[in-house]
Write a protein of this length. Structure first.
Length: 340
């Protein structure tokens, strides 16, 4: 083949191979040489470098020459064994020209052989396809990152919607959600409502900053004295609710209330001043109701809380229930006040 034709084929078909009648590679395009290395330059036979997977049974140049105009599927016998597609055109001297392409293996080939735009014919759309793939990958990655940020923002917003910003405890909305879930599952739980005594005096005499500090201090005590499975919420200014899952006997609940009150009564250091507060608590037990209702539990716990306040504050009471197993009224049972 004339030298000028060789140069033209190198330019238009950089992955071509010119074979003689024996199937020996007499010339390989620049990109094909990059793939096969010295093998394509050393007079190797085409079928020694490439394995035809379709059509099958190709073992000689005679078999190969019979595939003129047929789509070929083949792969390199060594290296990354890149899969290729090809087309063979017979020559009058018994040889042939085989032109190859990567097909869907283009991404792997570019990675494995460090190919650039210069390794493809000017009219080949492979690089444009790669640019589109890269652009799509970049867009998908940007979309994934955006979705992660949006998801994070949604989680943060949801968390904020269920959190009391001052104390970090659950808020009333979160309490309602957890309470409905416990009732729906038929869980055994206690609802303890706790209210601070003499808190207004702290706000009036020391200022709201001191009052905020006291509320945060109380919140820490409530979290420290309860378990991970329990829920602690601030539902008002100095009003807190504890949902105690599987709380045990009344004596255990009363003991918890006594510990909470004792710790809350300890003087709180505020700079050079000290805040002296206390707390009262009332508890309603889900087991005391045939069909517990959130509003009723909250109302009965609140009534027990105020019964404790009326009895002298710094105490705890259990709420009355009119829907127990016997269907009879039971008065609030007040625990002895915790010693001041």
């Amino acid at each position: 083949m004339a030298e000028e034709w060789t140069e033209i084929l190198d330019l238009l078909c950089p992955m071509h191979a010119r074979l003689d009648a024996a199937g020996t590679i007499r010339h390989a395009g620049p990109t094909l040489r990059k793939l096969s290395g010295e093998a394509a330059e050393g007079g190797a036979r085409f079928l020694e470098i490439f394995e035809l997977t379709r059509p099958r049974g190709i073992e000689s140049m005679t078999d190969l020459a019979g595939c003129g105009g047929t789509r070929l599927q083949l792969r390199l016998r060594s290296g990354p064994r890149t899969r290729l597609k090809g087309m063979l055109a017979p020559l009058p001297d018994g040889g042939a020209v085989v032109n190859l392409s990567f097909g869907i293996s283009i991404l792997d080939a570019v990675r494995d052989y460090a190919l650039t735009n210069a390794d493809f014919a000017a009219t080949d759309l492979a690089m444009e396809m790669l640019y589109l793939v890269e652009a799509k990958s970049a867009a998908m990655e940007a979309s994934r990152m955006l979705n992660l940020r949006l998801r994070g923002a949604m989680i943060a917003a949801e968390e904020q919607a269920y959190t009391d910003t001052l104390t970090g405890l659950k808020n009333r909305r979160a309490l309602d959600h957890v309470l409905a879930r416990l009732i729906g599952r038929g869980e055994d739980f206690a609802l303890m409502q706790l209210d601070l005594d003499r808190f207004k005096a702290v706000n009036d005499t020391m200022g709201h900053a001191a009052g905020d500090h006291v509320l945060q201090h109380v919140a820490r005590i409530l979290v420290e004295e309860t378990r991970e499975r329990d829920t602690v919420a601030r539902i008002g200014g100095d009003e807190f609710v504890l949902l105690l899952l599987r709380p045990g006997a009344r004596t255990q609940i009363a003991a918890l209330a006594a510990r909470l009150i004792a710790r809350i009564e300890a003087p709180i250091v505020l700079g050079e001043d000290r805040a002296a507060i206390s707390a009262s608590a009332g508890t309603a037990l889900s087991r005391d109701y045939k069909a517990p209702e959130a509003e009723r539990l909250l109302a009965d716990a609140d009534a027990a809380l105020y019964a404790a306040k009326r009895a002298g504050r710094a105490g705890h009471a259990f709420g009355a229930c009119r829907s127990g197993a016997a269907g009879e009224d039971r008065r609030a049972e007040r625990d002895p006040p915790h010693p001041r």
